[in-house]
Design a protein. Structure first.
Length: 309
């Protein structure tokens, strides 16, 4: 039970396993073939945040701190090598099963307010399998409460005691798998711009991908190619990232404005992480793409995975 309860879904040739800890995708398969990098949820933790649901921020918050509404907040520094707070606060909570069927499950969790993030959020993660369309993941988040800053929080409290909306971002973290590993794949990312970063992965510029090593728009063989960047300038509406290899392709579909792409260099280059994100890294500090949720307000992020042969 180290990853909570494990729920198996099936529809046609598709099968998926979801772990309640972190609302995590353990595996997704079609005809017994893995579409994402699997792990043994009965005996190991998912490496590299594999398959987890990320909120109330995705990616890194530089310095494990942010300022909002005139108050400074400190976050858990869970990536010391980059001095960052990584991937939010819900990836290790045990979500509760609200509804389950043979081909779908809905998980729910309450993120209570804290000194680091004084807003209460209710999150619902819906996973659905379809025999033709594959796996759809939808995360719906509602702000259900906000606390006034207090002396327990680093920095000066708001003078008028106003309840500010919650700063918010979210993402999914699947590792797409085709063939023996990254070097056997062709990657297509329909993004026109990429966010560069310094040695601590703090964003330092947005550049056009044309003429750079980050241009994956026409499909690029990945032998010897490494990437760990956030991409934007994606097509309006639903876009597709394709990882092609032996016998077809794994396709991720979303309409999120950002996608982090990571070639799994720290984990053996076995798969390519493609993370649809509502905002870029360090959004709690930069404000770029940051959403705000007033009490009673909701936001939904969705993506889908399928195989094409």
């Amino acid at each position: 039970m180290i990853n909570g309860e494990l729920i198996d879904l099936r529809a046609g040739d598709y099968a998926a396993r979801i772990a309640t800890a972190g609302a995590t995708l353990v595996h997704a398969r079609r005809g017994g073939r893995d579409l994402v990098l699997p792990f043994d949820a009965a005996s190991e933790l998912p490496p590299g945040w594999q398959g987890k649901t990320l909120a109330p921020w995705p990616n890194r918050t530089a310095g494990a701190a942010y300022a909002y509404g005139g108050t400074d907040y400190l976050l858990p520094r869970n990536e010391p090598e980059t001095d960052s707070a990584l991937h939010g606060l819900v990836g290790w909570l045990d979500w509760q099963v609200a509804e389950v069927a043979e081909d779908s499950v809905t998980l729910e969790v309450l993120l209570p307010a804290s000194y680091a993030y004084p807003w209460a959020l209710e999150l619902s993660s819906r996973w659905e399998l379809d025999a033709e369309a594959g796996l759809t993941m939808t995360l719906t988040t509602t702000c259900v409460g906000a606390a006034r800053p207090s002396e327990a929080v680093v920095g000066a409290p708001l003078s008028d005691g106003a309840l500010l909306p919650a700063p918010y971002g979210a993402a999914f973290h699947p590792y797409l798998l085709r063939g023996a590993g990254v070097d056997d794949c062709v990657l297509t990312v329909p993004a026109a711009a990429v966010l560069t970063a310094d040695e601590r992965m703090v964003p330092n510029g947005l550049v056009d991908v044309a003429g750079t090593d980050w241009d994956f728009r026409s499909g690029r063989p990945m032998a010897g190619v490494s990437v760990d960047n956030a991409f934007t300038g994606l097509p309006e509406g639903a876009w597709q990232v394709r990882v092609e290899g032996e016998g077809g392709a794994v396709v991720l579909v979303s309409d999120a404005p950002w996608a982090q792409v990571y070639t799994d260099d720290g984990l053996g280059r076995r798969a390519i992480a493609v993370e649809p994100m509502t905002c870029p890294p360090n959004a709690l500090n930069s404000g770029d793409g940051l959403l705000t949720l007033a009490v009673g307000e909701s936001h939904a992020l969705a993506c889908a995975l399928r195989e094409e042969r």
